[in-house]
Design a protein around this ligand. Sequence first.
Ligand SMILES: Cc1cc2nc3c(=O)[nH]c(=O)nc-3n(C[C@H](O)[C@H](O)[C@H](O)COP(=O)(O)OP(=O)(O)OC[C@H]3O[C@@H](n4cnc5c(N)ncnc54)[C@H](O)[C@@H]3O)c2cc1C
Length: 340
Amino acid sequence: MKWTAILSWLLVSSRADHLPVLPVAMNLFDRFAVACLPLVPRFIVRRLSTRYIAGEQMNQALTVGKNLQQAGYLVTYDILGEAVDHREGVTAAAEEYHRLLEALVEQNLELNISLKPTQMGLNISEGFCFETIARIAEKAKKQGAFMRYEMEDSDTTDATLRVFQQLRSSFGDTIGCVVQSMLRRTVQDCKDLVASDLPLNVRLVKGIYVEPEAIAYQSSNDVNTAYLDSLRVLLEGGAFVGLATHDPALILGAREIIQSIPGSEDRVEVQMLLGVQENLRNELKMSGMPVRVYIPFGTQWYPYVSRRLKKNPRLARYAMMGLFAPKEKLAPLSGQSSEE
Ligand SMILES: Cc1cc2nc3c(=O)[nH]c(=O)nc-3n(C[C@H](O)[C@H](O)[C@H](O)COP(=O)(O)OP(=O)(O)OC[C@H]3O[C@@H](n4cnc5c(N)ncnc54)[C@H](O)[C@@H]3O)c2cc1C
């Protein structure tokens, strides 16, 4: 891999975040923007989020996925929706996932989906959530698809991991989980996860939810240290790890760990959200690192966007900046070097 290219990209691209005067003003701006969110007309919020959401319709997401695949990326599809509190809503969301799997097969696209525990009924009961996902997983297994069972706020961590262990026992490498390095418990969770002989596929994230200090690291240094500690535990334990981050410093830290564990290079990929850090994404892909792009779509974009903005005010600024960033041109795989 051309890690030197990534390092030089890191040095150039991260300069704005390191200007000493900016953080306080930025923070105030972020909080102000989020406080104003309820006053912002829906079409403007929609406009702000276009870069990050493939569309409301499945076909729009499939077109985005197809283009990304042709440009040499791996993909995963996420149907927006969370915190569903009634069975009918969960059943409807699950049916959408069944339709998604069928459409991916029909169109010969990569079979990889991501779903949220509370979208699949975790708020109703763990048993109901397991049964709902198990039905999707049966179909996914027959098709050779992979499912990522995601992680939400800390109130759901224990239940999510319990349901995951059940799913993992039944469906093996068809299903993977997510752990959040911001939670103080996560290094231990990783140790527990690798203790079993079952195959393990983990997406490692910092965590999007705002959590109290008692259970979560608050400084980015601590979150990053825990991220790399978790990565080491997972790779030494034989897991496949999706490094889901846009943070170049973390990717460089991960490189050192990967290089120190023989054979682990084949058990990692980078994962990034649609529309985020496209230059870094491209650099990584060109260096030979497998990169998976997360493609969210669906009608439930407003609660998703507003909840995310409220929980992480910095996203307001990223979204505004995204409006003015040029739209990425994807080159087909055969023409990568000339276009990109
Ligand atoms: C594929 C994928 C799946 C995820 N799944 C989960 C999950 O299941 N549960 C969960 O809690 N969290 C999930 N997350 C979110 C994750 O926890 C982080 O909140 C998010 O990735 C931002 O952290 P970072 O590691 O990119 O570092 P940061 O330090 O937050 O970001 C690094 C740099 O990336 C850029 N950036 C980051 N986010 C954005 C954005 N939205 N828009 C524009 N620029 C941005 C900024 O330039 C920033 O300086 C997922 C993230 C990814 C990439």
